[in-house]
Design a protein around this ligand. Structure first.
Ligand code: HEC
Length: 148
């Protein structure tokens, strides 16, 4: 009896430990988009900082992808705060206008980045400022609206 209880308890613990977020829930969907945004922007920033070889074509493709992604997470924040392992602060729902402002700011700067990457060949030096603006837009919102 005791042994069986232990097995059940361990199984329950293991389940809690993975606590898998349903990938099709709003939380799961926005997390996936944010992760993709991070990966894309890190590769682009890496090219400008010399961590990755600079490739103007790849950078331009990254800019288009990032701009597309930048429009996507917001629809997956429900009107009412959802449960689960969210790192969003309650302020996302309490100060929605400000949250949306910062989302629009990101979309604006990713749009600018696409514009400057349209004329090939690209000069890495000229991409630094527009890329910095994108990274600053991510950071500004995380500082106000995400728990670290
Ligand atoms: C308007 C606000 C806002 C902007 C702009 C923003 N984020 Fe976020 N980000 C959030 C919030 C809120 C969360 C927490 C989501 C949750 O867990 O519910 C988050 C979560 C994340 C996560 C964690 C995902 C996970 O696995 O839990 C990553 C990575 C991330 N953002 C990357 C970025 C990058 C990169 C940018 C810029 C290109 C960016 N974000 C721009 C608000 C923003």
């Amino acid at each position: 009896m005791f042994k069986r209880l232990t097995v059940v308890l361990l199984a329950a613990l293991a389940l809690t430990a993975c606590d898998a977020v349903d990938p099709n829930s709003p939380l799961g969907l926005r997390k996936t988009i944010f992760k993709d945004m991070l990966k894309t922007s890190e590769d682009m920033g890496g090219m400008l900082r010399g961590r990755l070889p600079f490739d103007g074509r790849k950078f331009a493709d990254g800019a288009v992808k990032l701009d597309t992604l930048a429009h996507e997470p917001w629809q997956h924040f429900p009107q009412v705060r959802d449960d689960g392992k969210s790192s969003a602060r309650p302020e996302v729902w309490e100060r929605q206008a400000r949250f949306h402002d910062l989302a629009r700011q990101l979309e604006g700067v990713t749009g600018e980045l696409v514009t400057v990457t349209r004329s090939q060949p690209l000069d890495a030096v000229q991409l630094k400022v527009p890329m910095d603006k994108v990274e600053a837009a991510c950071k500004a919102c995380h500082t106000e609206f995400r728990n670290h």
